[in-house]
Design a protein around this ligand. Structure first.
Ligand code: MN
Length: 239
């Protein structure tokens, strides 16, 4: 203790923040083994694509996937890390950052959103992605009446998003599902979102997500997207 008191204030503060970071890292490792929650996304590590670039063919082509992941997603990640470096945001969770986004720099909003949203998007796509769990299916029927109606509302949200953005299926704080869309790289966790909730299904409708294969035909990409929905992952996110 005597040594601690003898240290300059700056040194103590630095030691303490290092310790907190170590604790956070340990917690993240434990969580990643026990749940699939996106809360555990490591802000300082570019996550691996969970499949090969051609895994979603023919619905989403290999070249689109390669450029989208290795260039676009990587750039959002790199720019996000640069934007939070040495700042208080380094020790905040993504959820805390998004909840306070209106007070943070535009670079954090755009690149933090881009980093997080694409991670969700890769994870909720797979060929032969199974079916919704009984619990998720019941919530879909409760909110939309049927799977067909969910598909219609979600597809319309993507088709009518002017310019670049995302379509979302999210759950609100009461566990009820809703469909929404956001501009640019915003998402429903952000304080600026019109409808706030926890996203469980993400669809990128930026042109870079579909232009090489579908050109201006965004509705064709959206129709194809329904062939690569990873219902098992979405069910896990819901529960
Ligand atoms: Mn994208």
């Amino acid at each position: 203790m005597a040594v601690m008191f003898a240290l300059p204030f700056g040194a103590i503060a630095q030691d303490s923040s290092e310790t907190n970071r170590e604790k956070d890292n340990t917690k993240n490792e434990i969580n990643s083994k026990t749940q699939k929650s996106m809360n555990t996304l490591n802000k300082f590590e570019f996550p691996q694509l969970p499949y090969a670039y051609d895994a979603l063919e023919p619905f989403i082509d290999k070249m689109t996937m390669e450029i989208h992941y290795s260039k676009h997603h990587k750039a959002y990640f790199d720019n996000f890390v640069a934007a939070i470096k040495g700042k208080e945001m380094e020790s905040m969770s993504m959820e805390q950052i998004f909840a306070n986004i209106s007070d943070l720099p535009a670079a954090v909003r755009n690149n933090g959103g881009g980093f997080y949203n694409h991670h969700l998007y890769w994870g909720n796509m797979r060929v032969n992605g199974g079916k919704p769990s009984a619990k998720l299916e019941a919530a879909i029927v409760k909110a939309f009446g049927s799977m067909e109606e969910l598909k219609k509302q979600f597809s319309d949200a993507g088709k009518t998003r002017f310019g670049s953005g995302w379509a979302w299926l999210s759950k609100d704080d009461k566990g009820n599902l809703f469909v929404s869309s956001t501009p640019n790289q915003d998402n429903p966790l952000m304080s600026v979102a019109e409808k706030k909730g926890t996203p469980i299904l993400a669809m990128d409708v930026w042109e870079h997500a579909y232009y090489l294969k579908y050109q201006n035909k965004r509705p064709d990409y959206i129709e194809a997207f329904w062939n690569v929905i990873n219902w098992e992952e979405i069910s896990a996110r819901f529960e």
